[in-house]
Each structure stands twice: as structure tokens, then as C-alpha cells.
Design a protein around this ligand. Structure first.
Ligand code: AHG
Ligand code: MN
Ligand code: MN
Ligand code: MN
Length: 334
């Protein structure tokens, strides 16, 4: 049994040039995940801290849940505490947050995060998650962080990962050398390696989409749903529909079993609901590292040049052959 901390150090040893800052950064995330996990596991008992609405709205116009704000503050504090990060951006922060402390202003990394994904599930004991994405800054060390540091295409990510607070709590991440999963053992207080080198099957028979938005879907998505639901024994159809309402949880299941998650345009917002920078890019990096794909229906997600911090994008992610089929229909019927 190897813990996440040991694994990070072992991996760092393979990169003598590595200064250890990324390892230390990942350890900050590990520590924050334990704190958020503890409160989620007590949710029903500490509703005053993390239950229900915070009575505020984020810049997305979403009602913030107390746990959204709590998780945001815990991860922000953990990332600010050491000297590896010079600034963060978050679903729950209107604008990016530069860390002004002398130590941080020379730090080389910036982090974008969705501190609590799946907020609608919090009060009903259904799994939720945290998503993070790490880049090297492009502004000069010693300078204040700038918007350009945060508006980098996903191909520039140096690391990405998620925590899924589910029937067990797992931290899954990549630094560009495969995707590795660690399960939290609360008796040890450690994340232990449980899923080394996760590979997403190139085919699956699970599709995840909120079919309540069907009438507003693009024709290509409607055609893909028809394909999923047709009977064809040779290709194991009809597929199974599974939609948890928490992107991280649907994505994690599809990573292990194969499947596709789709949040298309044409729903309540023209570009769909999911945010490019701190939901779509980090999971796209992980999907590709595990042999899967992530597009907006036409383009590779990680090649999109961001223009706004909270910009949204249509999202197709999962098993490579399922994403290919859905995107072929998007092209055919566009
Ligand atoms: P968040 O809770 O961070 O705002 O994200 C919720 C996202 C995603 O996790 C989930 O799959 C999707 O919103 C659910 O949206 P709908 O309720 O519109 O289906
Ligand atoms: Mn939200
Ligand atoms: Mn989210
Ligand atoms: Mn969120």
C-alpha cells in the first residue's frame, strides 16, 4: 500500500530537475480535500456550516450552497498557505484572486477550480466532487498575476484532477504521465493508491445527459440519443442511461466502466452549462491521458483559446469511440 504523498515523492524522484513545488502543491490539495471530506461526511450534523443555501449568488447567477463557499475557502486557503501558487480562479469567485504575499508573487503556478461540483446533490446525500486545473503562470515572477495567466488553452495544463466524495472518497489526478486514483482510508487519514494508470475503455454502453432538455438539443444530439436507444445486439444497444447530476461522479464512473457524458448547447444557455476553464479542461486532460476524448461537438476541448474566465462550452467527454460517434452525428446534422 502506497499513500498519495509517497507516490508524489516517488514520481518526483523520476524528475531530478523538478523543484518539488508541484509535489508540494498537490499536497496542499490533498490536505484541503481531507478537510472538505470530513465536513461532507458529517453533512446532516453540521447543516449550519455546510447545509443548504448560503443565501448568495455566484457570478454564474447560481444560488451558492454553504458547501460551495466552505469548499472554496478551504481550497483557497490551502493553496495560499504555501509558496507554490501565485493566484487562483474559481467558480465561486467573480474574478481571479492574486496572492499578494511576497512569497507567492514569485510562485510559478496558478490553479483554477470548481470547489464543489454537483451542488444540487449536497443536501440529499448524493455524491459531489472538486475539480482542479494547474498551469504555469505566463506573467513574470514578481509581477502580479494577470488574466492571461488564467486564459490559457487546456493543452498548457501541467496537472489536473478531481476529488469525488462518494461511497468512498477518491482523489484522481494526472501530471501528464497517466491517470492515478487514490482512495481515502479514514482510519489512516491517508489517500492510498487504488487505481494506478486508469484507462477509459474505448467503447462503453452508458450515456449521461439531462434528457429533460431534449426539446432544446441540437439535432445531432437527438440523433445520437436515438442511436443509443435503438436495439442492436451486435453493438450492445440500447445503452444504459445514467445521470447523477454531478459531472465528477458521472465522469468517474465512465472513466472506469466506459461511457459518454454530454452537456450540449441549446439548454438554458446557448453554450451549455459547463465552464471551460475549471470543469471541462481539467477533465478533458484526464480523459485524454486515460485514452478517451473531449470535444465541444466539433473541436478538441483543450485546443479552445479561452476569452473569459467563466465561459461555458458544449461538452462531449468519455470513451473515444462514443465521442467520435456523437461528434460525427453533430457534424452530419449541423
Ligand atoms: P456545479 O454544481 O459545480 O455548479 O456543477 C453542476 C454541473 C455538473 O456537475 C452536473 O453534471 C450538471 O451541472 C447538472 O446540470 P443540470 O442540473 O442542468 O442537468
Ligand atoms: Mn455551481
Ligand atoms: Mn461543477
Ligand atoms: Mn461548483
Amino acid at each position: 500500500m502506497i499513500t498519495l504523498g509517497e507516490y508524489i515523492i516517488k514520481n518526483q524522484a523520476e524528475y531530478p530537475s523538478a523543484s518539488g513545488e508541484l509535489s508540494s502543491l498537490l499536497s496542499s490539495i490533498r490536505r484541503a480535500a481531507k478537510v472538505v471530506n470530513r465536513e461532507i461526511n458529517r453533512a446532516g450534523l453540521v447543516t449550519d456550516i455546510i447545509g443548504g443555501s448560503a443565501g448568495s449568488e455566484n457570478i454564474q447567477g447560481e444560488a451558492q450552497q454553504k458547501l460551495d463557499v466552505f469548499a472554496n475557502d478551504v481550497f483557497k486557503a490551502a493553496l495560499e498557505a504555501r509558496g507554490e501558487v501565485c493566484g487562483i480562479a474559481s467558480e465561486e469567485e467573480d474574478y481571479f484572486v492574486g496572492f499578494a504575499d511576497e512569497r507567492q508573487s514569485n510562485a510559478k503556478y496558478i490553479v483554477l477550480m470548481d470547489p464543489l461540483d454537483g451542488s444540487s446533490n449536497i443536501d440529499v446525500n448524493v455524491s459531489v466532487g472538486t475539480i482542479f486545473s494547474i498551469y504555469r503562470r505566463v506573467s513574470q515572477p514578481g509581477e502580479p498575476v494577470s488574466m492571461e495567466d488564467f486564459l490559457q488553452p487546456g493543452v498548457n495544463q501541467v496537472a489536473a484532477g478531481y476529488v469525488v466524495y462518494g461511497s468512498s472518497t477518491m482523489l484522481v489526478y494526472t501530471t501528464g504521465n497517466g491517470v492515478h486514483g487514490f482512495t481515502y482510508d479514514s482510519t489512516l487519514g491517508s489517500f492510498c493508491l487504488s487505481h494506478e494508470n486508469i484507462r477509459i475503455p474505448e467503447m462503453g454502453n452508458i450515456y449521461s445527459i439531462n434528457e429533460g432538455n431534449y426539446i432544446r438539443f441540437p439535432e445531432g444530439v437527438k440523433q445520437y440519443l436515438k442511436f443509443c436507444q435503438e436495439k442492436d445486439d451486435a453493438s450492445n444497444r440500447p445503452y444504459t442511461s445514467r445521470y447523477i447530476g454531478s459531472l465528477v461522479s458521472d465522469f468517474h464512473r465512465n472513466m472506469l466502466k466506459g461511457g459518454i457524458y454530454i452537456y450540449p448547447s441549446g439548454t438554458n444557455s446557448p453554450n451549455g452549462k459547463l465552464r471551460l476553464l475549471y470543469e471541462c479542461n481539467p477533465l478533458a486532460f484526464m480523459a485524454e491521458q486515460a485514452g478517451g476524448k473531449a470535444t465541444d461537438g466539433f473541436r478538441r476541448i483543450m485546443e479552445i483559446k479561452p476569452t473569459e474566465l467563466h465561459q461555458r462550452t458544449p461538452y462531449f467527454i468519455g470513451s473515444s469511440k462514443m465521442v467520435d460517434k456523437a461528434c460525427a452525428l453533430m457534424t452530419e446534422f449541423s
